[in-house]
Ligand binder design. Sequence first.
Ligand code: CAA
Ligand code: NAI
Length: 246
Amino acid sequence: MRGLKGKVAIITGAAGGIGKATALRFAEEGADIVVADFADGAGTVQEVEAKGTKAVYVKVDVTNEDSVKAMVVKAIEVFGKVDVLINNAGITKDAMMKKMTKDAWDAVISVNLTGVFNCTSAVLPHMLEQKSGVVLTTSSVVGIYGNLGQTNYAATKWGVIGMTKSWAKEMAKNGLRFNCVAPGFIGTEMVKKIPEQVLAEKILVKVPQGRLGEPEEIAAAFAFLASDDAKFINGAVLSVDGACTL
Ligand code: CAA
Ligand code: NAI
């Protein structure tokens, strides 16, 4: 499969985890990649290029409008266009509601929700002008069903679904597509912060497939939704979660 041959994708949070796996899968599908992350993305760039497409690392803080605008300028300077934006950068600051601080609320809203607004705003003028583009955002099982200790995070992951559906209604007529992937619990740094006992006794027992997902399994969903195979899918949320939401 080379379903993304000749495409250019900006992937936020691509230094590690799901974002890095998505960058590598997109490279296999023939896309050039802007590895956009606060953390060092040199490793991802090297691995993408080993697969035969081009990549550039842009240090970005998705909470900062100027930083995000500079990311899009750099992408167009290097590759001449942007076909796909993957809004994937995200953080957790978990605490039960009775202990959740305003700082923890603000921090998560700022990255997971305002960051998605910032990045999408920054690529839109370009995508509207070229009359094509795909914006995909990482939601979560937690956005759809809620989770103990994640008031802030759940709000953002439900929020991006509402944003995505609104954008599809506004801009499908302009040739643009907007969708979310809602992963279940995936084996990345983010999940390593869950207390071991909670993960084993409260979370994994509720996953019918009985295991954590792999970042590559989320990357595969993004690759499909970014490709022309998904050209009539707009405003959708694709759950990739081992049936843990049933
Ligand atoms: N699901 C079910 N039960 C949970 C739970 C969860 N996610 N998190 C905590 N509990 C339970 C604990 O097992 C404990 O139960 P018992 O009283 O029966 O022992 C009770 O809630 C209180 O938990 P703690 O003693 O740990 O309370 P705390 O105040 O010290 O810590 C916490 C609370 C910070 C929420 C901590 O328990 C925690 O980090 N839990 C995990 C939260 C979580 O699931 N985060 C997901 C991160 S990964 C992610 O977000 C990616 C994604 O999109 C899926
Ligand atoms: P991760 O922690 O491995 O990767 C997150 C990346 O985002 C990191 O490289 C980090 O540097 C980057 N980042 C954080 N804040 C940033 C900022 N302000 N600007 C730019 N980059 C920033 O976590 P993971 O698991 O790969 O998460 C990726 C996305 O998937 C997140 O949106 C997360 O909420 C979502 N998700 C993760 C699940 C999981 O179980 N791991 C499940 C469902 C959704």
